[in-house]
Design a protein around this ligand. Structure first.
Ligand SMILES: N[C@@H](CCC(=O)N[C@@H](CS)C(=O)NCC(=O)O)C(=O)O
Length: 249
């Protein structure tokens, strides 16, 4: 089965899907579409105009959580959900917390405001939003995570789950704008994030992320191909950014 991912390596939601593919050893081709740069065809493909999109012989899917669960069902080894119903439910909740609240803070309030908004959209960043995030909102979310993170291993034992992967992904983007969890204030969370980001499936993506951060969108396909990434034949990229239709979630 040929699996194609539409979406850029810098997106935390795309990273989540690529790490799942990496952990399961599933080959893929990627159209490294930068958020907001979708063309008319992308608007027809993705109902929310968001990345990631997964396209295979069976289905076209949207939303990293839906895609992650689909991949876990199609490729059961290694399993990325715990076995017991209560733990599975808790894994889904922590993934939801990561994708919504944590991404609201680390992606939309820090990474988007400090990197994407000025450099991709050419707009001024909202410094009040950044300041409030750093002073109060993000510490509150970190305090909550500290009650959930284990002292060692991963959330549900010795192997990472979809929840661990989802939690770690937006921290990577926060690190791109020089924020990292304070290990003296939140030792369990900082440790869990560090252990998860050290997995080979995360490490293997770093050179592609670095290339995308440094390279204009129009040159990323060639740059990624030169680094050995398999690039999809079809590109959904347009020439200029367009405003999204969603705010959050
Ligand atoms: N809940 C979605 C969120 C996806 C998402 O927000 N993707 C961002 C890139 S990081 C995007 O495409 N943004 C463009 C937009 O919102 O218009 C998921 O888990 O896939």
């Amino acid at each position: 089965m040929t699996t194609t991912i539409v979406g850029n390596h810098v997106s935390p939601y795309v990273r989540k899907v690529l790490v799942v593919l990496g952990l399961k050893g599933v080959p893929y081709a990627i159209d490294p579409l930068v958020p907001f740069f979708g063309n008319d065809e992308f608007e027809k493909l993705s109902p929310l105009r968001r990345i990631p999109v997964l396209i295979d012989d069976q289905v076209t899917l949207f939303d990293s959580t839906v895609i992650g669960e689909y991949l876990d069902e199609c490729y059961p080894a290694p399993p990325l959900m715990p076995a017991a119903p209560a733990e599975r439910a808790r894994a889904r909740w922590l993934e939801e917390f990561a994708d919504t609240r944590l991404c609201d803070l680390l992606i939309w309030s820090l990474f988007f405001e400090q990197a994407v908004r000025p450099s991709v959209l050419g707009e001024a960043s909202d410094s009040d939003r950044v300041a409030q995030t750093l002073a109060t909102d993000l510490p509150a979310a970190m305090d909550y995570l500290e009650t959930q993170a284990p002292a060692d291993g991963f959330l549900f034992g010795v192997a990472p789950s979809l929840a661990d992967i989802a939690l770690a992904c937006p921290f990577k983007n926060a690190m791109f704008v020089r924020w990292r969890p304070d290990a003296t204030r939140w030792p369990r969370t900082a440790g869990l994030v560090a252990r998860t980001l050290a997995l080979p499936a995360f490490k293997a993506l770093e050179r592609y992320e670095t290339l995308c951060l440094k390279t204009p969108p129009a040159q990323q396909r060639a740059g990624l191909a030169a680094l050995g990434e398999t690039i999809a034949e079809v590109s959904y990229a347009g020439d200029a950014p367009r405003r999204g239709i969603m705010r959050l979630g």
